[in-house]
Design a protein around this ligand. Structure first.
Ligand code: SAM
Length: 281
């Protein structure tokens, strides 16, 4: 079967017109129209024949087509109820494609993707952080995440301790993966054009540091960054942890109470959360 390339301005406009659709701002719909960018995202996903890929928000199937042509088995989750009819047409004849209509934050991913899989997405920007945190905090068998995000989010994901933009997202991403910015994408690669530059981030998911209780670790990280300008001692007590326990745990972890969350390395957060957990039990 001959499949015309979707990643093209005229093809995308034609598809939207045929189905009487307008890109929805509310759903963060900015469709890729640059075949080179699609190719680079597919290459960044490093697909081996038969790899299972979860795509979040396939839209009209632009990136999906690239992934399928690259040999992936794609399961896509799309929230927009109008798009299944479009995808049935644009991806007609591709056998390794499965579509689930629903919200990626609500879909039961454990059952949908039981074996090792990769995630590739041109994410809807209004919920990028929530999606990333959901993917990283659930213990899913993900090996790699390749996502298009706003440049500013990409910088936060990969920020090092001590930098102004290092925060709870940086720790969550780097706790579960080696993350790097692969390349930038200008607004002209999309229809409609977003207002900001985007970046593709590659996260190689792996266990980096062992902690006794991951949920507790995340709770401590979030509480530490709760009030950025405050010291760790004040942020953590402000979040409801008993002052005596925090002072004792900081001392045991060899972290000065006057330090701020943005100066702590991943290892220090891990050590601190372990000490607090031990003191509470
Ligand atoms: N992958 C397509 C592309 O690259 O051209 C579309 C990307 S567009 C930036 C984001 C897509 O995510 C849209 O199709 C939108 O409808 C979908 N979306 C928005 N919120 C979603 C959610 N909560 N769950 C699943 N898909 C969602």
């Amino acid at each position: 079967m001959f499949h015309p390339k979707i990643a093209d301005f005229s093809a995308t406009r034609h598809i939207l017109k045929t189905f009487n659709l307008r890109a929805s701002k509310r759903l963060g719909q900015n469709f890729l129209i640059d075949a080179e960018v699609v190719q680079k995202i597919v290459e960044a996903t490093e697909i081996s024949e038969g790899d299972e890929v979860l795509e979040i928000g396939p839209g009209i199937g632009t990136l999906t087509q690239g992934l399928l042509e690259g040999g992936a088995k794609v399961t896509a989750v799309e929230l927009d109820k109008k798009l299944p009819a479009v995808l049935a047409k644009t991806l007609e004849g591709y056998e390794n494609f499965k579509l689930v209509q629903g919200d990626i934050l609500k879909v039961d991913l454990e059952n949908l993707m039981p074996q090792n899989f990769k995630v590739t997405a041109n994410l809807p920007y209004y919920i990028t952080t929530q999606i990333l945190l959901t993917l990283l905090e659930k213990k899913l068998p993900i090996t790699k995440i390749v996502t298009m995000v706003q440049r500013e989010v990409a910088e936060r994901m990969t920020a090092a301790p001590g930098s102004k933009i290092y925060g709870a997202l940086s720790v969550a991403v780097q706790f579960r993966s080696d993350a790097r910015i692969a390349f930038d994408v200008p607004p002209t690669a999309f229809l409609p054009q977003p207002e900001v530059t985007s970046s593709v981030v590659i996260c190689d998911v792996k266990e980096k540091i062992k902690v006794a209780d991951e949920n507790f670790f995340i709770k401590v990280v979030r509480a530490s960054f709760g009030q950025r300008r405050k010291t760790l001692l004040n942020s953590l007590t402000g979040a409801g942890f008993p002052r005596e326990i925090i002072l004792k745990s900081l001392d045991a972890a060899e972290i000065l109470p006057s330090r701020r969350a943005e100066t702590l390395s991943l290892e220090e957060f891990a050590k601190l959360s372990e000490k607090i957990l031990q003191s509470l039990n």
